[in-house]
Design a protein around this ligand. Sequence first.
Ligand code: GAL
Length: 342
Amino acid sequence: MQLSRVGRILIGGLVMAACAYGYAAEASKAKVIRPGEVWVDDRGKEIQAHGGGILRMQDTYYWFGEDRSQSNDPAKRYVSCYASKDLVQWKFLRQALVLETPENLGSGAVVERPKVFYSAATKKFVMYLHVDDAAYKMARVGVAVSDRVDGPYTYVKSFRPLEQESRDIGQFIDDDGSAYLIFESRPTHGFFIAKLSDDRMTVERQMSFVEAPLEGGAIVHYGGLYYVIGSHLTGWNPNPNVYATAPSLAGPWTAIKDIAPPETNTYESQSSMLLKVAGTKGTTVIYMGDRWKPKELWDSRYVWMPLAIGEGKLWLPPPSPWTLDIKTGLAAIVGTEKAPLR
Ligand code: GAL
C-alpha cells in the first residue's frame, strides 16, 4: 500500500504525455493479464516461455521461451512457441526446438533466453540462444533455423558475437525492421548492442558498447528515444533493474537509473523484453520480466506490466491485473477509476 503510494507520487512527477493508459476497463476475466500469477495456455497448462522473446508477424504475436516442463527429458533442452492475437490468450503451438546435446555439452548444457528473428531476405526464422556449459564458461550464442515460425528449428552453429563472450541475450527490432542482438559481456563489464545481418545469421556490426555490467537486456524505441533496460548480475535472484536512454542506438547513453523502487528488486522480477504495442488511440510499452523460481524453474512466473514511459523517463508501476486493447493500443489497470500513472 505504502509502496504503491510512493510509486504514485514519484510517477505523478513524470511527464507522461504519450503514455497510453485507458480508464476503468470492464474486461472479461479471461482477457486480464495477472502479473506473477499462474498463466495458462489454451490447454490449461502453465505457459513455459521463460526468459522469452516475442516476434510479431502481421497481427499474430509469437512468444518463444525456455520450456522447463517437468515432463521434459532432462537430457534435452526445449524452446516452446505460443501464438496470440491479443497478448493475453496464448495458444500452444509446439516445442519449436528440442536439442539433444548442443556442442556436445552433455547433460549440463545451458540453453537460455531464446529470441527469434525473421529474415525477409531468406524467408527463414532464425532463433538465437544463449548456449553454455554447466559452469557458464563457454559463453556463446547458438543459432537455429526454421522455414516455419513454430519450427521445428534445426541447430546450425554457435559463435561469439563481435568475438566477445556472450551470456544473456536480448532482441530488438526497430521500426524500420532492422534487427539487433543485445548481449552481456562479462570481461568487458558491459553489454553490446549489435546489428544482425539481413539473413539474421550473424552479427554484422557493433552499434554500442554500454559500459554497465547488465544482463537481461531489452530495448524499445519510443517517442524518438531509445530506452535500454537490464538487470544487475545476481543470477536467479532479482535486483533493482535499471534503464538508460539515447537518441540513437550508437548512443550516447545516459547514466543508468532505477525503473522501480530499488527495495522491491523490480517487484521480484528480471527484465527479458520490452514490447511496443501501437494502436489507433495510443501506444503501450510492456515490460516483460521473469520472476524466477530456481528450484522449480517450471513454475517461474511472468511479470508483465505496461510501463510509464516518455520524455526520457521510464517507470514500472506496482504489478497489478491489467487489460490491453490490442486495436486501440490502450492498457488499463483493472478496477481503477483513473489511469494510475498520471
Ligand atoms: C541469470 C540469467 C538467467 C540465468 C541465470 C542462471 O543471471 O539472467 O538467464 O542464466 O542467471 O543463474
